[in-house]
Design a protein around this ligand. Sequence first.
Ligand code: PLP
Length: 365
Amino acid sequence: MIPFLDLAAQYAEVGPAIEEAALRVLRSGGYVLGPEVAAFEKEFARAIGTTACIGTSTGTSALWLALKAAGIGSGDEVVTTPSTFVATVAAILQTGATPVLADIDPETWNLDPQKAEDAIGPRTRAILPVHLHGRPADLSAFEDICRRRNLLLVEDAAQAHLAESRGRRCGTVGRAGCFSFYPGKNLGSAGEGGAVTTSDPDLARRVRMLRDWGAERKYHHELAGSNERLHSIQAAILRCKLPRLAAWNRKRADLAVRYNRILSNLPLGLPAPAGDDVHAWHVYAIRTERRDALQAALAAKDIQSGIHYPVPVHLQPAYPGLGGAGSFPESEKLARETLSLPLFPEMTESQQDQVAEAIEEAIHG
Ligand SMILES: *Cc1c(COP(=O)(O)O)cnc(C)c1O
């Protein structure tokens, strides 16, 4: 069997350090926020290359708290992509604002800056690009649009830990960067976690307050916040993994480049090379019109695969009113064709060769 990802293999590497850290927290008697969270925030901010990091309960809460802290709410519109996990759009709705979608660039599969600009209206307050699969969105273009149109740039960097767009880390270019530490992400907790990164001290202060009931002083509530705190034990676990993140990402990148090489002779759409950018390779996805048949052929050989994502957000029954079928043709085409192959830092070249052979056999018989 070849798994889609292998968190048990990762645990074998960091397990002893994690167990020691978890015991330290359990014995300390402090389980929410506290010194472990503060230390992780400092270390993650340094790793990303910004001044402030605020740990949150999830990546979803990082997104809606960053938007809310920036003053976005009812009556405002936020432009984003339909090719994302629903949390991006749900977070906009949770602030009371209205999501407005724009289609993706067919080469990068990320929000197309020109189409995003075309979607701007009198109520637009922010653009929220997603670094899908860990490939940096065109941050320079979004920065330029936001400067010209006086809009806020917030990054959904939930899949893009340590990715770089033209020499700048994802999560440091917009007013805020929003990260997830869901277990399967490039940097994952043993449960749930997220973070907002920013170099704006006022925004940092507001996110810090909002995640803990809007109070800087206990029981003195200045802002209408919520309970979106990061747990101490998750912060301690993340601190064990953070020093290994860059090496894990390099292994992902090596495997991704190798996939592109060994699959290059097959009639498949392969992810565009990263060029001057640093891609986090959270997901390695190929494209084929015979996606479902290929996925079934891999499953028959005990090779796991995934689809990120099979239904674009505007076609999800839970999120009506964002545009009917045909509204965002590039996103809809990607949803029909995309197939995510196994990719994780511990994957061996022989496992990867087996995946490639199974794909070749499925295509050529
Ligand atoms: C994982 C993810 C989120 C949500 O993060 P959670 O920690 O699961 O709440 C948001 N956006 C994208 C693009 C994601 O991949």
